[in-house]
Design a binder for this molecule. Sequence first.
Ligand code: JB2
Length: 209
Amino acid sequence: MGKIIVIGGGGHAKVLISVIKKNLQFELSGYVDINDQGEILGVKYLGNDSKLNKIFSQGIINAAIGIGQINVTQKRFNVVKNMMDIGFAFPSIISKDAIVNEVVLIDEGTQIFDGAVVNSGARIGRFSIINTKATVEHDCKVGSFCHIATGAVLSGGVEVDDFSMIGSNAVIVQYKKIASNCMIGAGAVVTKDITEAGVYFGNPARQTK
Ligand code: JB2
């Protein structure tokens, strides 16, 4: 079993650690955070990001980004860039309690948590999060560094462009498109294409910023 480290020691990391443990694909070597958060679910603190070179040189080459930080996708991007320069690999982490159907493409670093459904023909880019109980229906296309939050529903054929976040329990109706760098608020219902970066709330969803 290969070794893996988790980056971040907050709420998202906690769920990620549980999924990694349950899957039995990797041995957790520890987590890296700006601050020592103490042992998390039995996983030890390895230090801050200045320790990453040393960790890599010890032969631990796999990492999973445990920083979810709602609507702060740029943070995850910056951490990934730094770690790629060192040489880390980022396997996708797909919970064995998620449902992933046929002809689905999932790129590196993407995480799919418990109870999520990714249906036939869907494609998901790099370093995206399909959070607990989210649904990505048939033929959806989710870009990179997106976050589909808990319980959100992308109906069939929806497209979500890079760096966008779909909030908890939001619904995007079938074949609608969400531009990059959008934040769709929790519970919003998107019935039309969203072509401009911004923040959208409500039913039907309207731009608020
Ligand atoms: O540059 C960094 C860095 N920036 C923040 N490097 C490293 N190694 N760690 C970093 N962190 C750490 O990420 C913070 O010190 C903190 O411990 C952690 C973020 O934890 P927090 O609980 O604030 O957020 P989260 O992203 O784990 O969870 C949020 O997003 C999830 C998707 C919460 O809102 C959760 O409820 C939500 N499910």
